[in-house]
Every structure is written in structure tokens, then in C-alpha cells.
Write a protein that binds this ligand. Structure first.
Ligand code: ZN
Ligand code: ZN
Ligand code: FE
Length: 743
């Protein structure tokens, strides 16, 4: 029997080849009707005997880059056409407007490796892959509004673009050697790509233009080249990311099938993998046992990696603390002194996007840095929260902005640390940009309650200027809400175990090792790590020995501190602390890890990057046996006291117990004491859900131990929303919404 139906498809369904997919399936089923884009997604009218089967096809095998959130089928009454057609609508939806950039698909890579008209062409792409967000200058997403606008399609490309049966139908960035972008290299070389490959093979450093910015590349097997890059970039120890093909990665890393699948995702992130011992120079990631790997994700990268045949260092092309370089002129000016050559092309980068970073966990993975390939993606909001438009401005380090609309949250890409003026400019630009993209007009603003964060001041100023309510959210409450919201947790009471760096506390002290109980709207702090002064404020973040001195003094063993840090200005620091000068108290778990690392003398007096001490400590602890044992960290009236642990640590150190065993015992002690206290709090409050968040949970050893000890609870742990401050804005948005619903 003939039937007429309407199918509404919601989600990321525009700019991903959805309409031609529907067209092909409809034609195969012998249907007539139409498919179009509109503000809500894709709308299909279909008539024919097998019309009902179309919805099944859509849910079974949608296009690779699409993300279908809902398929709604209803009967429809319309005048059937003679054929099935794709309707040009000219209307573009808000949250469906542009897909993230996607790694080259297998079909395109075959063409590049083959001998057709795209043989060896560095800018090959199709509807299922290629640049998207990084070339978008304005909406709607159309060739004319991208940095491909200057390239007029040749007749062969035009024919593909217009043919609904072709893989390149309406692929906006489609190109070929006849009509598309091309490469240049400086110093000049007749074949830029071969020139770059040869220079890399000679141990030179090449700056190259990627999707979301420039990278600095060198041969990762060449220790001298890696060290030269470190020296020139003035980056003594912060780990470098690597790029190689999967077979080469397998020679240098230990990886499971799940981890290989993470590498091969269309988002092609940097995946942090356990390193095989001693296959690559130590200078790639000094003191660490995990390396960040990614697969080549554009034909340009693919051809270079194939040409070199060795793993490449592929690190952000920037000056320290500045955003990644995206323009050719800036590359020449800023990267010229670092690189021996610059390889670039004439397809401009409209948006700066770093590489995303993912850390595999026990059962899945956590996003450490949300950027290329993941943005502009959205996260479903918990159903119980009011459907209002909020903008939340996140924290100071690892800045990110979150906007909500239509029960979706758009958490921005990583914007860097806002103490850099250039990053703060980028932050402001992104704020305007995402509002345009989502067509969002906020009813409410959310900020961290810290008095001095730039992002908080910016949000408060905006709220004042526009007469909007401004919700001040406690830092660790936002971390907890982000963990709960990332899995759509709805209601009841949850316990939050937040192990973090620093965050402004409700009582004006600095928090960072807390057990909270509550929900999205409110919380109470029930347990915290015993306070220790942060002598010198910011200096205590950079210099781990300062935290060690305070914890050892508090443990009643100042003589040991004197011996361990004999060259440091200890007495001046103690005098300042006793006089209460610039030594705020803090319960930060991150600073406790720093103190332990300093006692074990595994970090320089001054960290060269954020998290260095903690990452080295984890790598050290990984070398110890699982049965290494633990220390005591008792809880008295809601305060977790690390004194017994510090005393046991130094006595083990004096007895010659291996540093890796001591590091492991400290990890176990901290995890066990927080887990035991969380269990107690949960049972007192009838909570069955435990949220794990805060930057320290990027420490996989700590996370694993906590999850094991709390395995009988429902754990809302690390996942798509970063547990570091990159996820704060999402949590702030949820808290603001929940509180607005209670007014
Ligand atoms: Zn492709
Ligand atoms: Zn062409
Ligand atoms: Fe934090």
C-alpha cells in the first residue's frame, strides 16, 4: 500500500552529507518526495510502498560525520512529486550549523595514494572528511563563507559537487590540483613536499601549516633534533606530541584495540599511550612513561609521515604561553627563528584549534583537551534542568566557554591560559563567535566566584552592562556538576570527590582536596584535606619544594626539610609564613602531590610546566609493584591529615626504600583515605552516586584506585568533559540553570 510519511531528523545532520545519503536511500527504495535542511535539522517527505523503511535506513547507517539525536516519523499529507529530490532551503539551523573537522577518510587516502587525478594531492577531501570548523568564516556553512571561497572549482570538481550520487556532492572544501590550494616552502624547493620530507630526514625542524594552526615538526628518532627544538622553543621538559602511522606507533607504544580505535576516530586526537621502554629519545617527554600519539589526519600529514617513514614530533607552533600561530606572516615572524623551514599553503585557517588530547582510562577514555575534531560539538543537558540560555565563562587556566540552548550545551575548545593577553583576546573573540554560531542570546551568566579571574571579571562586566543575573559558582561545585552532567545525572543527592589544583572556596580560603555532598543547585563541604600555607602565593605553584617545606614543618620534622632543601631560602620563607605574609592556607590535593614529588627530589626546584611534578610522580609510582602498600591518612572531624603519611614517607626515604615504592604508597594513601571518607559521607546522606573530578584525576593511578575502592557506587567520572578546568564552564552552566529553576 502507498504511504506518505514525514521524517524529522535532529542532531548534527547538516554539512555532513545527510541529504544526498537520504536521496540515495530513497531512490533505492523507489520513493518519491523530498529532503531539505531547516532550522531544526533535516526534514523528509516520502511517499511509496516502502516509505516506512527509510527511517530504518537512517538509524542503521547514517553518514560517518553525522550524529543523529532523534528520528521522528509521522504521517503526512502532501502532493507527491514524480521523483525524489533534494531541496535547497537556504535556511540553516543554529545548533546544526557546522560539523567539527574530520580526519581524512579511507577512500580519500586511497585516491591520494593512487594514480587518479588526486594522486599525491595534499588537500583531497570529501563529504565524509576534511576541514570544516577551521575554515568557517561566517554562517551559513557554504563554500562562499569559508577560506575556500577564493578557489573557483574546475569543471571536474563542479561535476562532483553537483552530483548527488558522488561522495563529494556539496562537499564545500572539495578541491583538486587543478583548482585547489597548493603548497609553498621556504627556503624554496622545486617540490615543497619532498623538500620538507628531505629536511626532516636530515634532522631539521620544519614549521608546517595544519588544520587549526601551525605545528613544529622534527624526526622523533633523532635525539639531537629533538633537543634543538627544545632549546630553540625554550621548552625544557613539557612533553611533545608525536605523529606516525599505526604500524609505527605499535613499535613505540603499548596499545590495545580500544586505544587504536581512539586514534582512528574521525576526531583523530592525540592519545596518551604507555611508552615501550627506550625506543625513542628521553627528551621527547623527560621523566614520563606515557607519550601522546596521533595519526596523520590530513593528506598533507599523511604524505609527510609516509615520506619520512619515522615518527615525527608534532608540537604546537607557538611561542611559550601564546596561542598557536595560524597565519603565514605570523609563522614567518614567530616560528622563523625556531624552524629551519616553513611549509605552508594558501587555504587560510579561519579558526585556531589545537589538537584534542584523550587519555584512555579503565573502561573508556577521558578528554583532557577539547579542541580539533570535537568542537563545535554539543553535549545533551540533564533533563531535569530548566531549558534556558546561559553562558558560562570557566576558569583562568585551560579556559573554555560554555553556552546552552535547546537542552544542548556547547563547550568551547581549549582557549589556553588567560594570563596571556593574546589568549584573553582569543577568549573574547570566541565568546562572540559561539554566540553567533548558536544564535544564542543569554538570559543568565555564570562565572567562577574567584574575585580576580579575568574570565569572572569579564562575565560580571557583561552581566552588569546587559542587566543580566550573574551566578557566582564555587570552583569545586562546578567540577562536581560537570562530572554529574556529563552523564546526564538527574536528581537525588550525590557525593563529589574533588582532587584539584587550586580553586577559590566559599569561605575565602583556597580549596582543592574536598568531599562535597549535594546536587546541581547546592552543596555542602563535609571533608577537606588539612590546610597548609602556600608560601609566596603563585610561587608555591611553580616551586614544589615550598609545599614540601610546609608539609614537613607541619608534620613536626623541620630538620628533615632542612636536610632535603639545604640550598633553598627556607628560613626567609618560614619567617614570612609566621608573619602571615603572602601565605594563604590551602587544602589543594595538587599541592600535596607537588610536596611529595619534591621530597623525593624528582623535580627541579622550579617546575617548567604546570603539572610537571605530579606527572613525574605518577610515572615513578607506576614502576612500583601494585602490592607496594600504603600509608595512613586519617580523618578527624572532617579533616584529612597527611601528617602520618609525610612522616612515614621521610622515614622510608631515610631507610632506603625505593622512591617508586614510596610514590606508590602515597598515591594509595591519598586514594584510600578519600575513598573511605566519601563512602562514609555517602552512607550518612543516602547517596548512591559519586562524582570524581578535578585536575588530579588525570592521574590514572589515582583514578583507578578510587574507582576500585568505590566500585559499588554509581561513578560519574572522567569522560567527554575534561576533569581539569577545561570542564568548569559546563559545570557552571548547570549550576546556574539549577539555581535559576529554584527561584
Ligand atoms: Zn574523504
Ligand atoms: Zn578541481
Ligand atoms: Fe580546578
Amino acid at each position: 500500500m502507498e504511504s506518505q510519511i514525514q521524517i524529522r531528523v535532529r542532531g548534527r545532520v547538516q554539512g555532513v552529507g545527510f541529504r544526498p545519503f537520504v536521496w540515495r536511500e530513497a531512490v533505492k527504495l523507489g520513493l518519491v518526495g523530498e529532503v531539505r535542511n531547516d532550522r531544526e535539522g533535516v526534514l523528509i517527505l516520502a511517499a511509496g510502498k516502502r516509505a516506512a523503511a527509510l527511517a530504518g535506513k537512517i538509524s542503521e547507517s547514517p553518514p560517518p560525520l553525522s550524529e543523529v539525536h532523534a528520528i521522528e516519523v509521522s504521517t503526512a499529507d502532501f502532493q507527491p512529486t514524480k521523483e525524489f529530490r533534494i531541496v535547497e532551503s537556504g535556511v540553516h539551523g543554529a545548533d546544526t550549523a557546522c560539523a567539527p573537522d574530520a580526519a581524512s577518510c579511507a577512500e580519500c587516502l586511497l585516491e591520494v595514494a593512487g594514480d587518479g587525478r588526486r594522486a599525491g594531492y595534499e588537500f583531497t577531501n570529501c563529504t565524509n572528511c576534511g576541514p570544516r570548523f577551521t575554515i568557517l568564516k561566517a554562517l551559513p556553512y557554504d563554500r562562499a563563507t569559508t577560506t575556500m571561497a577564493d578557489f573557483a572549482m574546475c569543471s571536474a570538481c563542479r561535476a562532483e559537487y553537483d552530483d548527488p550520487t558522488d561522495r563529494r556532492f556539496h562537499a564545500q572544501p572539495l578541491a583538486c590540483p587543478e583548482c585547489g590550494p597548493s603548497l609553498r616552502i621556504e627556503p624554496a624547493s622545486p617540490e615543497p613536499l619532498t623538500g620538507a620530507v628531505n629536511r626532516l630526514l636530515c634532522g631539521q625542524i620544519v614549521a608546517l601549516q595544519g588544520l587549526g594552526g601551525f605545528h613544529l615538526a622534527c624526526d622523533a628518532t633523532n635525539a639531537a633534533a629533538v633537543q634543538t627544538l627544545r632549546d630553540r622553543k625554550r621548552r625544557p621538559a613539557k612533553p611533545f606530541a608525536l605523529m606516525a602511522t599505526l604500524p609505527i606507533i605499535r613499535q613505540h607504544a603499548i596499545l590495545s584495540e580500544d586505544e587504536a580505535a581512539l586514534l582512528e576516530g574521525t576526531d583523530a586526537p592525540i592519545v596518551l599511550l604507555d611508552a615501550a621502554v627506550g625506543t625513542l629519545p628521553e627528551a621527547i617527554a623527560p621523566g614520563l612513561d606515557r607519550l601522546g600519539w596521533m595519526l596523520p589526519y590530513t593528506p598533507l600529514h599523511y604524505l609527510i609521515v609516509k615520506g619520512v617513514g619515522r615518527p615525527l614530533v608534532m608540537t604546537s607552533g607557538n611561542l611559550s604561553d601564546e596561542p598557536q600561530v595560524i597565519s603565514v606572516s605570523e609563522a614567518k615572524e614567530k616560528l622563523g627563528p625556531i624552524a629551519d623551514s616553513i611549509l605552508w599553503h594558501d587555504r587560510g585557517i579561519a579558526r585556531r584549534l589545537d589538537d584534542s588530547v584523550v587519555l584512555p582510562t579503565l573502561k573508556s577514555s577521558m578528554v583532557v583537551r577539547r579542541a580539533r575534531g570535537l568542537t563545535p560539538g554539543t553535549i545533551d543537558m540533564p533533563e531535569t534542568l530548566p531549558d534556558r540560555q546561559v553562558v558560562a565563562y570557566g576558569g583562568e587556566l585551560k579556559a573554555a566557554i560554555c553556552l546552552t540552548k535547546n537542552r544542548q550545551a556547547m563547550l568551547s575548545h581549549h582557549l589556553g591560559d588567560l594570563d596571556s593577553a593574546l589568549s584573553f583576546e582569543e577568549f573574547q573573540r570566541t565568546d562572540r563567535d559561539l554566540a553567533d554560531l548558536m544564535e544564542q542570546v543569554p538570559e543568565l551568566i555564570a562565572v567562577d566566584m574567584h574575585p580576580d579571574y579575568r574570565a569572572s571579571q569579564y562575565g560580571r562586566d557583561r552581566a552588569r552592562a546587559e542587566g543580566l543575573p550573574c551566578c557566582e559558582v564555587q570552583h569545586h561545585h562546578a567540577h562536581m556538576a560537570a562530572a554529574l552532567g556529563s552523564v546526564g545525572w538527574t536528581d537525588g543527592t550525590a557525593v563529589g570527590v574533588i582532587l584539584d589544583g587550586l580553586g577559590y572556596g566559599s569561605d575565602g580560603s583556597i580549596w582543592g582536596g574536598e568531599i562535597l555532598v549535594g546536587n546541581y543547585a547546592s552543596f555542602e563541604r563535609l571533608v577537606n584535606l588539612a590546610l597548609a600555607p602556600l608560601p609566596g602565593g603563585d610561587a608555591a605553584n611553580r616551586e614544589p619544594w615550598r609545599n614540601a617545606l610546609m608539609r614537613l614543618d607541619a608534620a613536626g620534622v623541620p630538620d628533615i626539610a632542612d636536610r632535603l632543601f639545604s640550598d633553598a631560602p627556607r628560613d626567609a620563607l618560614r619567617a614570612a609564613v609566621n608573619a602571615g605574609i603572602n601565605a594563604p592556607g590551602s587544602s589543594s590535593a595538587g599541592r600535596l602531590f607537588d610536596a611529595i614529588a619534591a621530597c623525593l627530589r624528582i623535580v627541579p626546584d622550579r617546575q617548567t610546566y604546570e603539572g610537571e611534578a605530579a606527572m613525574r610522580l605518577e610515572a615513578l609510582a607506576n614502576r612500583a609493584a601494585k602490592s607496594a602498600g600504603s600509608y595512613e591518612m586519617p580523618c578527624h572531624s572532617g579533616v584529612l591529615d597527611p601528617t602520618p603519611m609525610m612522616c612515614a614517607l621521610v622515614s622510608d626515604l631515610e631507610r632506603g626504600v625505593s622512591k617508586s615504592t614510596i610514590a606508590r604508597r602515597c598515591h594509595n594513601a591519598i586514594a584510600d583515605s578519600f575513598a573511605d571518607s566519601a563512602r562514609k559521607v555517602a552512607s550518612e546522606h543516602g547517596a548512591t552516586t559519586i562524582a570524581l573530578s578535578g585536575g588530579c584525576l588525570q592521574n590514572r593511578l589515582l583514578l583507578k584506585r578510587l574507582m576500585e575502592r568505590l566500585s559499588d557506587f554509581e561513578i560519574c567520572g572522567p569522560g567527554p568533559v575534561p576533569v581539569n578546568d577545561g570542564g568548569l564552564a559546563f559545570g557552571q552552566a548547570l549550576v546556574a540553570l539549577a539555581q535559576s529553576g529554584e527561584e
